[in-house]
Design a protein around this ligand. Sequence first.
Ligand code: FRU
Length: 452
Amino acid sequence: MQNKFLPEIHIAAEQGWINDPNGLIKFKGRYHAFYQSYPADTFWGPMIWGHAVSDDLTHWEILPNALYPDRKYDRDGCFSGSAIEWNGSLYLMYTGHSLNGGGSAVRQVQCLAKSDDGVSFSKLGVVISEDDLPDDYVPEDFRDPKVWRENGKFYAIIAARKRHGRGRLLVYSSDDLMKWTFEFDVFGRDCAGIMLECPDYKPELGVLIYSEQFAPMDGSRHLNIHTTRYVLGKLDYKNKRFSGSDCGHICDYGFDFYAPQTFLDENLMIGWMDMWDRNHPSYIYGFAGMLTVPRRIEIVGGRMMQTPAIVTQAGVAKKIKSTLSDKMITGMFTVSAKNLRSLDLKMRCGGDCFTSLKLVGGEWVFDRSNSGAEIRMHEKDPDSVRGIRRMPFGSGYETQLTVVMDKYSVEIFENGRVLTSTIYPPDGADGLELNLDADECVYTRYDISPAK
Ligand code: FRU
């Protein structure tokens, strides 16, 4: 029986824990999303690959789990990875994790599994092992292969680390997905984070995305202890380096966004809508962890622009002067305004609780300090302690603010930027209050269409 507490348009486990999205691909006409899952409890454990499919990127059907940690090389977890279609079959490339007593005895190897129907998978074994690592890179931190095809070859980018060093990214190539050759270290130097995770590269867009653990704080731009960045440029296979700007942009300004992955050959991205080192108040409903809605991504003017890629019913538009009240728990709304001078939005109001977004001093200020159940975090900077996250305001003459809401989350989009956060309001808190000062303003409400 379906857990009635689950979010409606976000992937979450029927029961237990989930983290990173894995293996995002359109295969035989349907969107497939796999994800890191531990169904036995609401905390992380030996990872299984959960599996969901969708026709509309909005309603997801859960299929049987795809991969279990049942081989010597993956016995302590089938860690993150990606998917590719070749000759009509679906291949999953993932990291096999084995503890072997822990510390430097941990082994992370890259493995392959294959399916002809996109539902049941057979394992083909280890395809990149510690023997394929260049000298001085450690076999215990070597994970999260993202695979793609370019110029008739397969490539994979994998997170790694040098002995006594910090996060690195390595590129491998192959003709048949089974035999891989090391090509180069992408940046050729340590990154700021102690380890990088879940790299993703889109050759058509010229963007490289990666998540960083414990990168030092960077003013008010990077406040989560683990964060996701993107850099613009191309992998230069001939000169064996990354050619572009290696100045990382923040991917999402909210509290809860990590380890995103793009769909192979589609400009769509999904992230884990949560964060390491936090509590997960939804454990009382039997689950922890959700994925974001799919976002369409494009590169415009040197920036990644994201917009929600969900399907809704036709919008119901209302002109407003300065105030509006509505009710919404799951759905989407937009606020289109000319010359927006100020905005004060309260969402999920109920009892004494609300979640707010304000336009203050030329930036968006999001506040979840009064949202509902407490989310405890390790971040100690003043904004984090006060439940605040900020995002630059697009500041053009015309503003289009888009908010996607579900039972435990808000995803706020404006001018291509996005701020994603979980919230855990009291049951039934559905009030929405908007106050603003602008020359002209239209509020449009989009309800989610029922699942077919
Ligand atoms: C990122 C990550 C990956 C790893 C997976 C394990 O969130 O730590 O590096 O493969 O989660 O579940």
